[in-house]
Structures are given as structure tokens and as C-alpha cells.
Design a protein around this ligand. Structure first.
Ligand code: SF4
Length: 423
């Protein structure tokens, strides 16, 4: 979602005559697009703001947008007095107001629902991968998560608005559509005129009809929202990539209950089995939190067990960190940092091993991959496999940016693959 927000902020400023620069000391406006999911990330935002205020041009405007802005609100101005603007994730479309009144402080952390989607400018040229938000906010209220506070209750965008965005992206260069939402597979929109209710599976079906769109994916999924119609899409729609991020967070039923994630491990495993029956080559990735309040050694071992059972091909794992406005921050039995670090190192090491093993299993295979553009050296092109692995290919006359190509995988390590374009 942050990639989408960043792209739209850039498009909004381009409409006001700005262009992007990598040089901080040249910039007339500096925006930190922030995430508040973890405490460490929030702290980093304020250290970065301190560095920016020392390095920027004296009259350059600077501020924060996104979830840290919503979390900090007016206190951000107390911490960094010369900050110019603080705009929440549902109000960053108000950014141009600071351009009209640069001598004021702009604070807007309102939850404005879906308003921003009507006000943000459309991109004139789409990148190869177009990120299309389909819903905003979340009703799940996991006890560790600040998202329901920062992004509000769950709202699904009108079906026709999303199709308009996908068509526009397809007509301006997109090859892949990635549907986005905090609870993306919970998408549910009822058209008042017809009474018809649309789900994510309907969006996938309609998008697959667009000739220019060759790949479709969605993130991030909640296990109990993996309904049969959506699972069936993996069987019937070849443009839907055989890869799904479906966070489990913990392998312990007790911890899941305290996290307020009301699914059983058996249900989760059943969903994975159904997905594999629908699409035998599908691979799953997950997010994990270790050291949740009250997590015992035995709970943690159950997390290791589920990782072994599902064999996730890539995952994100984090130490639990208490966030404001969440129930878990008030729970007793907070786990000492040293134990969290030990558990994280053990889980990470195993997840890395799984990732390396999957990457190595790809050597010798040919996969249709999407070129995202050159790497920093300009000597290579970066492709994405259908499993979202990064694959580095020497740039030759046969390689072409922003297009699909059949790539034979020649080498692999934990982080990435190497490959060659096939004729
Ligand atoms: S489902 Fe995801 S976004 Fe929603 S509350 Fe839980 S962790 Fe947060």
C-alpha cells in the first residue's frame, strides 16, 4: 500500500510542477511516507526527520504522511517544531494545501473513508506492475495491530471504480495488476442500483478479460476470507499467479486466540490443501510475530512446526513490539527482548533455509518472468518470477524492459536468482 501511496503523492506533486530528485539538498519538498506497524519503524521516522531538517534547503517544506503521522498527530510538531505538515493515510490527498499556504502548519489525520481515491490524480503512465487498492482499513482487530486505528474500519471501493482503474492501467503500460488491501480478500461491495454483491473473485474475472494484463495477484490475505470462490480462481484463471501471501502469525492456537485471530490451525492447513488441489504449483508465504505476550517455549516450537509443515517459500518475521491503541500492549507477560531475539534468530534461520531451498529447486527451470527495469549498475535487468523471486539477467539486445520473457534459471541463492532469456 505504501508503494501505491508514494506513487500517487508523486503524481499529485507532478501536477503542481514538481519533479522527483534523489538529492535531499536540492528538494523543495520532502515527504516521509511512513508505516507504524512496528515500534522500531516509528522511531526511525523521527530520527530521519532530525537528519532531514539539518540537510535540507532552509526554505524547503518537509513533513510526514501515512500511519506514523496518524499515530503521532500534533505531537509530531512538538518533537520537530519546524515540521510543515502531518497527514494521515486517508488524508494525504490534502497535501497541496501546504503549497498554497507554506507558512502555516498543516495537520490532517482524519479518517476520510474512500474520499482520497476520488481526489488523487490518475497516473498518466502505469509502471509494469500497477498497484490497485480495492479496500481500505480493517475490521479484524488483531490485538497487536495498530492498523484499525491508523487506517480505520474496513471499506470496499465501488466495483466499477476499481475496474476503471485497472482498465486505465492496462491502457497505459501495466502488464500485472496487484490488488491491494489490508484485508484484500475481504473485499465486498454491493451495488445499490442492482443489489449485486461483488467479491475479489469477480474483480479477478473481469480484470483477466483485459488483453494487456497478463498477471494478476493480490495482497494481503486473511485466512478465513479465503472463500471457495476465490480458491477456485487459482484453478480456473491462469493469469492469477501461483503465489499467495497468507499470514499465519503464530503456530500456537493459544497465541492465535490471544492475538484475536479466530481461526484454527486445522482450518489454515485445510485452506492450504484446497489451494494446492486447485493449483498444484502454488506456493505460500507468511508473516510471523515471535515473542507475543505470554508466548511460551512450547508455543514458539509450534510456530517452528507450522513453518516446517507448510514450507513457506518466503516470509516476513518480526519480534512483537507493543503499539499504542492496541490491547496486546496492555497484556501481562510481555516477553524479554533477549528471548524474542533468540526465537527470531531461530525462526529466521529456518525460513531462510526454506527460501534458499525453494530458490535452488528452480535452477534449470524456465519461467515466464516480468521485467521491472535495470538494476543500479545498468548492466542487468531485474525480473520477477511468478513466485515474486527477483531474477537478475544480463542486459542484452534480447532483453526488454517492462515485458514478459521466458527466463531459464541458471543459479540461485537465498535472496535471488540468476537467469538467461530464452528465444
Ligand atoms: S488482519 Fe492484518 S491489518 Fe487487520 S488487524 Fe489483523 S494484522 Fe492488522
Amino acid at each position: 500500500m505504501n508503494v501505491y501511496d508514494g506513487q500517487r503523492i508523486a503524481a499529485m506533486l507532478e501536477k503542481h510542477g514538481f519533479e522527483q530528485t534523489d538529492a535531499l539538498s536540492d528538494a523543495d519538498i520532502i515527504i516521509l511516507n511512513t508505516c507504524a506497524v512496528r515500534e522500531k519503524a516509528t522511531n526511525k521516522v523521527f530520527s530521519a526527520l532530525g537528519r532531514i531538517r539539518r540537510a535540507k534547503k532552509p526554505d524547503a517544506l518537509f513533513g510526514i504522511v501515512g500511519c506514523v503521522a496518524r499515530e503521532a498527530g500534533a505531537t509530531a510538531f512538538q518533537r520537530i517544531p519546524d515540521l510543515n505538515f502531518v497527514l494521515g493515510p486517508q488524508s494525504y490527498h490534502k497535501l497541496p494545501e501546504i503549497l498554497k499556504n507554506p507558512d502555516t502548519k498543516l495537520l490532517n489525520i482524519d479518517l476520510t473513508g474512500l474520499e482520497k481515491f476520488d481526489e488523487l490524480p490518475q497516473m498518466e503512465k502505469s509502471p509494469a506492475v500497477a498497484y490497485i487498492p480495492i479496500q481500505e482499513g480493517c475490521n479484524h482487530c488483531c490485538t497487536y495491530c495498530i492498523v484499525p486505528y491508523t487506517r480505520g474500519r474496513e471499506l470496499s471501493r465501488p466495483f466499477k471504480d476499481i475496474l476503471r482503474d485497472t482498465e486505465l492501467a492496462a491502457n497505459t503500460g501495466a502488464i500485472e495488476i496487484c490488488f491491494l488491501g489490508q484485508n484484500v480478500n475481504g473485499y465486498k461491495y454491493t451495488d445499490e442500483a442492482t443489489g449485486k454483491t461483488y467479491r475479489l473473485s469477480d474483480l479477478i474475472k473481469e480484470t483477466a478479460k483485459l488483453n494487456n494484463i497478463k498477471r494478476i495477484r493480490f495482497t494481503s490475505s486473511y485466512p478465513t476470507e479465503m472463500t471457495d470462490d476465490l480458491i477456485d480462481m487459482f484453478r480456473t484463471e491462469p493469469k492469477l499467479l501461483p503465489f499467495l501471501n497468507m499470514p499465519i502469525q503464530s503456530g500456537s492456537q493459544n497465541v492465535l486466540t490471544r492475538m484475536n485471530r479466530p481461526y484454527t490451525l486445522n482450518l489454515y492447513i485445510d485452506i492450504v490443501d484446497k489451494l494446492k488441489a486447485a493449483r498444484p504449483d502454488i506456493q505460500i508465504s507468511s508473516d510471523f510475530i515471535v515473542g507475543f505476550p505470554g508466548e511460551t517455549d512450547s508455543d514458539f516450537e509450534q510456530t517452528m512446526e507450522i513453518a516446517k509443515k507448510i514450507k513457506y517459500i518466503n516470509s516476513y518475521s518480526f519480534k512483537y513490539s507493543p503499539r499504542p491503541h492496541t490491547a496486546a500492549a496492555l497484556m501481562k507477560d510481555q516477553i524479554p527482548e533477549s528471548i524474542k531475539s533468540e526465537r527470531l534468530a531461530k525462526l529466521d534461520s529456518y525460513l531462510n533455509e526454506l527460501q534458499r531451498s525453494f530458490n535452488e529447486s528452480c535452477i534449470g527451470k524456465t519461467m515466464e518472468c516480468l521485467c521491472e527495469g535495470p538494476d543500479k549498475t545498468g548492466k542487468h535487468l531485474v525480473y520477477r518470477t511468478p513466485y515474486m523471486q527477483q531474477c537478475i539477467v544480463n542486459a542484452t539486445s534480447k532483453t526488454c524492459e517492462k515485458q514478459l520473457a521466458n527466463i531459464r534459471i541458471t543459479a540461485a541463492n537465498k535472496a535471488s536468482l540468476r537467469g538467461e532469456v530464452q528465444d
